[in-house]
Design a protein around this ligand. Structure first.
Ligand code: FES
Length: 156
């Protein structure tokens, strides 16, 4: 569950080209773009239309028909990091220091534009597998600073 990379026209072009031979390629292309970037940037529309010889309206129509497609970047993640006793015993405070020192992420800090934030919580009921974190409803065990930073993504 890594953070998504920023939209990248060349990367998108490669994805479109690699799937354009498929029958009914629009949907597989849209899914692949969303899997890669977390959303389908409006810049993809002319790219897909041109490659598949469709109108812009056709591509727009497909995107808007299926509600699963996002056309804006997903909101930054909120990572809840456990700092209660059992997780302290296995290094969560060291993790907090490493996040600040090596990744510039201040736990319970203001966060930065477009980047996920980390918030302290006190016991996630996953004490045997600490340090523990909760991200989008998913409980993670034995996390380290690199993993938390990857979940937060790069500042945009
Ligand atoms: S103390 Fe961290 S999950 Fe319980």
């Amino acid at each position: 569950m890594a953070a998504y990379p920023a939209w990248d026209e060349d990367g998108a072009r490669l994805i479109v080209a690699s799937l354009s031979h498929l029958e009914g390629a629009t949907l597989p292309i849209l899914h692949a773009l969303q899997d890669e970037f977390g959303y389908v940037d409006p810049q993809a529309v002319p790219l897909i239309a041109e490659t598949l010889n469709l109108s812009l309206a056709d591509v727009h129509g497909t995107i808007s028909f299926y509600h699963d497609f996002r056309t804006t970047p997903p909101p930054p993640r909120l990572v809840k990091l456990c700092r209660a006793e059992a997780c302290q015993a296995v290094g969560c405070e060291t993790l907090v220091e490493e996040l600040a020192r090596e990744h510039g992420i201040v736990v319970d800090g203001p966060g930065s534009e477009g980047r996920g934030a980390v918030e302290s919580v006190y016991c996630l009921g996953n004490c045997a597998l600490g340090p523990s974190a909760l991200v989008e409803g998913e409980l993670l065990g034995r996390v380290d600073a690199d993993r938390i930073a990857a979940l937060c993504g790069e500042p945009r």
